[in-house]
Design a protein around this ligand. Sequence first.
Ligand code: HEC
Length: 144
Amino acid sequence: MNIPTINIIVFTVFAFGLSIWAMQHNGREKASVSACYGECYEKYEASNGGVVEIAQAQAAAKAVASPAELGKGIYAGCVACHGPNGGGGVGPQLAGQSADAILGKLQRYGKGETLGPQSALMWSQAAQLSPGDMENISAYVATF
Ligand code: HEC
């Protein structure tokens, strides 16, 4: 193959890929939800319930979720440094520690205490967690 042919192939593949990406990212789904009114909204409401029912269902689902399940959502903010399964990385390994041990350390960071040389990194993290968040996260970390 000569160079112009290769250029054409590369460009075609690129253009094709770009158009697929554009199709997937054109926000059509969002637009169709907000543009759903009249009969469309009635159908949506009939199958999903109105705003109030949806909010009630979400609140009920949250109420029955276990502490570990609730903690799982909050742990998303810890993954970058502690790993998806608590294996460690920038921060130390959390896997293998009991819920009480994790909770105690989070509470101490929350008070601005120094546990290791990099505690400053954890002070800002702990400051964003409510006491309930800390308990839920500890329950989740103990499942690793
Ligand atoms: C920016 C990176 C970073 C993020 C994000 C982060 N941590 Fe940490 N974490 C660290 C570092 C670094 C340490 C060690 C701090 C020290 O020296 O005291 C640490 C220490 C800890 C410890 C004590 C571990 C031990 O055995 O000494 C716990 C528990 C902990 N983090 C939980 C969390 C939780 C829960 C989150 C999410 C809310 C989180 N961390 C988010 C970096 C991070």
